[in-house]
Unconditional design. Structure first.
Length: 486
């Protein structure tokens, strides 16, 4: 497998390229992403699906520069797929052959079910685990849905409704909204009840734009789109309002200028689907077809899934920034032992063990930037990079545990994130456990440390002298009164 791989997705509206760099067998990170609104489907839906010469020229220019960027970044593999507009075009072979002959790029046209599969593959591997959901990927020419239950794809469907298609058939011609809505309703009438769900996972530009809008309107403390959740009850009216709005009114609603061209069409489709599926919650996905194409390549030998207990974000951060393997093993082992040994005092729910262990593994990654204030650097890395497989609540908690190393946390310290965090008492216990584990690594005393809790006395037993540790422990804030005896 090439260390750097470029994945190009030619959609009806935009062509995008993402470049991924492998750090281990399964871990990777995104090092470059670029988008060009080539509108390969422009004019096609009014001309029996035929790709227009001016759109082909735009696509050629964009792909040529994409390939130059990939070459400059030393990509050894380029994977390129094309979706709705190209697969529907009667002259698609002309376009594909021109690109192959002049740019030496092989474009693979994928059908609707494969497009749906790639989006679902990305969601299954890169969002926190969920019991069931339906993914919705609104593209320029088509919309794909996938029903997922317990990490498995149950059913897929591709519908011939997309933002560019609607734009050219209805919105550009200023036809009444009712006509577009009837067209959408007719396309959705074929959906069976399998796709009905409590949770929609939204993929694609329209739904990412909506996620950003709701983050801004609710003063949500994170700007991270991936994994952002909101309810349909409070959002559906605004989605309908955007769909019925004129372009001139989009700015006052809060829509960014770069989304003006297709956001109304996307909201018309999405609003109809939310109602049709009777969903209660929407989870925004920051990953989709490009990640799915890449994952299908690197996960060929593992059935399309990461190994059990593998987390992409954590492994990628460790591979790039973590200190010694010895330190990680020690921190993981000791943090878990401390959690259980101190359980009679802290009485924390067992669910807090996982974020504590994650914090232990990542507590020192900030050292790669600077030794001084490494805990603050580590917390920043975690808050801004621990995106895949973690809820926003877990990410904020892990970052908070690391950030306040050795200190007492006050309500005022976490005011911004208070709605995403547990109680201040629980946070202080987790910070204390991590701080104690890290302090015990001060002189590399990694073997034969044992712990005993007797009443209000916590004994740390080690055959080696712990003079430096003994001094450092005095500076750690304890969440409640008890004695530490070495």
């Amino acid at each position: 497998m090439a260390k750097r791989t470029a994945v190009i997705d030619i959609g009806s509206n935009s062509a995008r390229m993402a470049i991924y760099e492998k750090e281990s067998r399964f871990a990777f990170s995104l090092i470059k992403e670029i988008k060009s609104r080539v509108r390969i489907g422009e004019g096609a839906y009014e001309n029996d699906g035929k790709l227009q010469d001016f759109a082909i020229k735009r696509a050629f220019e964009a792909l040529s520069e994409f390939l130059q960027i990939a070459k400059n970044l030393q990509c050894r593999k380029v994977l390129c797929v094309a979706t709705s507009a190209v697969r529907d075009a009667p002259n698609s072979n002309t376009f594909i052959n021109e690109i192959k002959n002049k740019l030496n790029l092989k474009i693979r046209i994928i059908d609707g079910n494969k497009e749906a599969y790639y989006g679902a593959l990305a969601v299954i591997n890169m969002l926190p685990k969920f019991s069931e959901a339906t993914t919705i990927d609104i593209g320029g020419g088509s919309t794909e849905l996938v029903k997922i239950v317990n990490g498995k794809i149950v059913k897929t469907v591709s519908l011939d409704i997309g933002t560019v298609r609607l734009k050219e058939l209805f919105f550009d011609n200023k036809k009444p909204n009712d006509e577009a809505n009837k067209f959408i309703a007719k396309k959705l009438s074929s959906l069976d009840k399998t796709f009905c769900t409590n949770t929609i996972i939204g993929i694609g530009g329209t739904i990412r734009a909506l996620g950003k809008l709701f983050i801004a309107k609710t003063d949500y403390p994170l700007s991270t789109i991936h994994g952002f959740e909101y309810g349909t009850k409070t959002s559906l009216d605004l989605i309908r309002k955007i769909a019925a709005s004129s372009v001139l009114n989009l700015k006052s609603i809060g829509i960014k200028k770069d989304r003006y061209d297709t956001i109304r069409e996307g909201c018309a489709i999405f609003g109809a689907l939310v109602e049709r599926l009777d969903a209660k919650k929407i989870i925004t996905s920051g990953v989709g077809i490009r990640e799915g194409v890449y994952l299908s390549d690197i996960l060929r030998s593992s059935g399309g899934k990461f190994p059990e207990n593998f987390n992409l974000s954590m492994e990628s951060l460790k591979a790039r920034f973590a200190p010694s393997v010895q330190e990680i093993k020690f921190m993981t082992k000791i943090s878990e032992e401390l959690f259980w040994k101190l359980k009679p005092l802290h009485k924390l729910n067992d669910r807090f063990l996982h974020p504590l262990i994650t914090a232990a593994k990542l507590a020192s990654i900030g050292r790669a930037l600077n030794f001084y204030q490494e805990h603050l650097h580590s917390a920043y890395f975690i808050l801004n990079n621990l995106n895949y497989g973690f809820t926003h609540q877990d990410k904020v908690l892990i970052s908070t545990i690391v950030r306040f190393y050795g200190k007492k946390v006050y309500e005022s310290d976490i005011q911004v994130y208070k709605d995403l965090l547990p109680s201040i008492k629980e946070i202080n216990w987790l910070v204390f456990i991590l701080s104690l584990a890290k302090t015990l690594f001060t002189n590399g005393a990694t073997e034969n440390i044992k712990f005993e809790l007797t009443g209000n006395f916590f004994h740390i037993i080690c055959p080696k002298p712990l003079y430096l540790v003994k001094s450092a422990i005095k500076n750690i804030n304890k969440p409640e009164s008890f004695a530490i005896v070495l």
